[in-house]
Design a protein. Structure first.
Ligand code: 6XA
Ligand code: ZN
Length: 341
């Protein structure tokens, strides 16, 4: 399996996120990708190549033009106020407030976000646009006939919606890849999101469409981030009715419950018969993950990969979460090895 990777991810390195009532070091850090890259090399998964540059076309096919413009300018506007710390939002337009984009950068940060855990730094724009190119390069390889590819990028993407960032995510790499496949000849795409957290951004982007099926296995949002999307009764709207499948699980779920949910999800994917499957590959379902409450073991990821590959469909794996830095490489690579055996 080909891996697409660039060192540009290092340019996004936040100092802190608001967690447990304190500004704490970011869990989403460059060492995560370093560990995954090293594990891919160790496992001899296949060639590792740089992404091609697709420009902003594929990004704008998914994200709002004003949001993309904001992301590009945000650090410059923040730094122009004499700040050198990370840019973080502090207030949100909740029920009853006006949804108007403010002029001042502090207001813009809030308008285009949904949490205070996702800092923008000097290199964030370069890192996230390279991340999108990595995902699109993987999609292009599937279109060229590869059976599978691995987009090794960070920061992750599945919480980013059409016009807001959050959950460590800015551009929705999996959604951008899926849309690129659609725009280049594919009729139907399934996105299978196995990250511990619900992919609220991906769901919202495709919620009213029947050409992109979204299936997600995640911790129940009644107790877990992102809290405000990811319930089982969210099944899609309009043309998309029936094309969104959420499989929330309780805290402390282990392999039994998780793989039962996977079978339900895979059955729906088979029935949909997509041309391509994009896997939002987060391994924060791991028992040792510092911010999560599921109980998968490293060997379970081999099984995950082989069950997904049993679909017999072209697979694009896109890296999402996973914060047990010492094990993240093994766990991700186990999925990919399981998918190629
Ligand atoms: C809130 C938790 C962010 C979760 C990020 C993640 N600080 N999403 O791993 O998949
Ligand atoms: Zn996650």
């Amino acid at each position: 399996m080909l891996t697409i990777y660039s060192d540009d991810h290092r340019l996004h390195h936040g100092k802190g996120e608001l967690n447990d009532g304190e500004l704490q070091p970011c869990y989403e850090c460059p060492e995560r990708a370093d560990q995954v890259l090293e594990a891919v090399r160790r496992a001899k998964l296949g060639d590792i190549v740089l992404p091609d540059d697709f420009g902003l076309g594929p990004v704008r096919a998914v994200h709002d033009v004003r949001y993309v413009d904001f992301l590009q300018r945000a650090w410059g506007l923040w730094a122009a106020e004499g700040r050198s710390s990370d840019a973080l939002p502090l207030a949100w337009p909740v029920r009853g407030m006006r949804q108007l984009e403010p002029d001042y950068i502090d207001g813009k940060l809030s308008y285009f976000s949904f949490d205070a855990g996702t800092p923008i730094t000097a290199g964030t724009w370069t890192a996230v646009t390279t991340g999108a190119n990595i995902a699109v390069t993987g999609a292009a390889r599937l279109l060229a006939g590869d059976a599978s590819a691995f987009a090794l990028s960070r920061p992750p993407g599945h919480h980013a919606a059409r016009d807001y960032f959050g959950g460590y995510c800015f551009l929705n790499n999996a959604a951008i890849a899926a849309q690129y496949l659609r725009d280049n000849g594919a009729s139907r795409i399934a996105i299978l999101d196995v990250d511990y957290h619900h992919g609220n951004g991906t769901q919202s982007i495709f919620y009213d469409r029947s050409d992109v099926l979204f299936v997600s296995i995640h911790a129940d949002p009644k107790n877990e981030y992102p809290f405000f999307l990811g319930h089982a009764d969210e099944r899609g709207a309009g043309d998309g009715d029936g094309y969104n499948l959420n499989l929330p699980l309780p805290w402390q779920s282990g392999a039994d419950k998780w793989f039962a949910a996977l079978e339900t999800g895979l059955t729906r994917v088979r029935e949909f018969a997509p041309d391509y499957v994009v896997v939002s590959l987060g391994v924060d379902t791991y028992v040792g993950d510092p911010i999560s409450q599921f109980r998968l073991e490293s060997d379970d990821y081999l099984e995950m990969g082989s069950r997904i590959a049993a679909l017999g469909m072209p697979l694009l794996f896109v890296l999402e979460g996973g914060y047990a830095v010492a094990e993240v490489g093994t766990n991700v690579t186990n999925v990919l090895l399981g998918a190629t055996r």
